[in-house]
Design a binder for this molecule. Structure first.
Ligand code: FAD
Length: 320
């Protein structure tokens, strides 16, 4: 059998995002022996294309246009729609990222096709079944794929990428598109100065809540993150108190993360916070209140003052 499957690869600042490799692995499952074609949209991105083959794509299409330099729903929709029309895939996989969420919904609506979003597991044995969290992570639902075209977005850090094989040399070819009458043009992107990488793809997150008490209170957390090679996140409590930027907020109305290790410092564990991090692989909580709800989801709990515990952890890992 086999399903021809298209995978949208994402690049940022001339680097492919990890979720692109995970999407290829997801694509392989969905394709069930069919061809997996990675599509890379952008301007001057073709040098990145061969790597997508190293991670398992059978073929790579590069769609280059100056209008695709930055994401716009209009430009990307037009470009990807033309690739879909040309290749007629049966499934399209993207990361559950800002771009993937937006683009999958726009195109699934336009093409009147199915959309399964925020997928954490794919079972290709027997009927193709997608697992996704619902009710802010309190339950999981399984969706069985029947027929037609399906768009799937996968949650970063859940589906393991295939091992990189640099000896794999796949066909990379340009796909020409015509982008017309754009309603949105990105003139400039002003980046916020925040240290650390992309939270949604980070393997280790050190998160601070209202318990950090000030902007300076985040410093010991940043030091621990630097030693562990992780990123710093926050509760909405910390963001509302202006201890940090809202771009760090994790939770129901912030980012949803699934790192290998999540260290929650001075966070009470409100349900809205848990919605964004409770599927982390290992959760460590540092809180001076032994009754704090965060301990109910933590694998390891440390009852203590974060300003004593966090520097001790940093010292330990520095010396380890
Ligand atoms: P608190 O609840 O005040 O907890 C602070 C914790 O720090 C306490 O447990 C305390 O014991 C501990 N502490 C204090 N000092 C120390 C110390 N020195 N050492 C160790 N521990 C210490 N919240 C989110 O996080 N993300 C969201 O996306 C989100 N979305 C929301 C959406 C809606 C519609 C609503 C209504 C709320 C939302 N919230 C969200 C807010 C949420 O309900 C909580 O108010 C918030 O998560 C609390 O943040 P906190 O745990 O940092 O603060």
């Amino acid at each position: 059998m086999g399903r021809k499957t298209l995978v949208l690869a994402e690049a940022r600042e001339n680097q492919l995002r990890q979720v692109s490799y995970e999407a290829i692995a997801a694509g392989k499952k969905v394709a069930d022996g069919g061809e997996v074609i990675a599509v890379l949209l952008g301007d001057n991105v073709s040098s990145l294309a061969p790597v997508l083959g190293h991670y398992g794509a059978d073929r790579v299409l590069t769609v280059e246009d100056e209008n695709l330099k930055n994401y716009t729903p209009d430009g990307y929709k037009q470009a990807l729609k033309q690739v879909i029309d040309g290749e007629t895939p049966e499934a399209i996989i993207m990361g559950h990222t800002a771009i993937g969420k937006d683009l999958s919904a726009v195109l699934a609506g336009k093409l009147n096709s199915a959309l399964v979003s925020d997928v954490t597991e794919i079972d290709a044995e027997g009927d193709l079944t997608f697992t996704r969290p619902i009710y802010a992570g309190k339950a999981f639902e399984k969706k069985r794929f029947k027929e037609g075209l399906v768009f799937v977005t996968i949650r970063p850090n859940n589906i393991e990428a295939l091992e990189k094989d640099e000896s794999k040399d796949v066909s990379v070819s340009p796909f020409d598109v015509a982008i017309r009458d754009l309603r949105t043009i990105v003139k400039d992107i002003v980046k916020k100065t925040s240290s650390g990488g992309d939270l949604s793809e980070a393997k280790i997150i050190i998160s601070g809540g209202r318990g950090v008490k000030s902007k300076d209170g985040f410093e010991p957390l940043q030091e621990l993150a630097d030693v562990l090679g992780g990123a710093v996140g926050a509760s909405r409590g910390a963001c509302d108190a202006d201890y940090c930027d809202y771009s760090l907020q994790i939770g129901q109305t912030g980012k949803v993360v699934t790192p290998d290790l999540y260290i929650a410092c001075g966070i009470s564990g409100a349900i809205q916070h848990l919605a964004g991090m409770s599927n982390s692989k290992v959760i460590v909580a540092v809180n001076k209140d032994p009754e704090a709800n965060i301990f109910n989801v933590a694998d390891y709990g440390i009852v203590g003052d974060l300003f004593e515990v966090v520097p001790l952890l940093t010292k330990y890992f520095k010396e380890a």
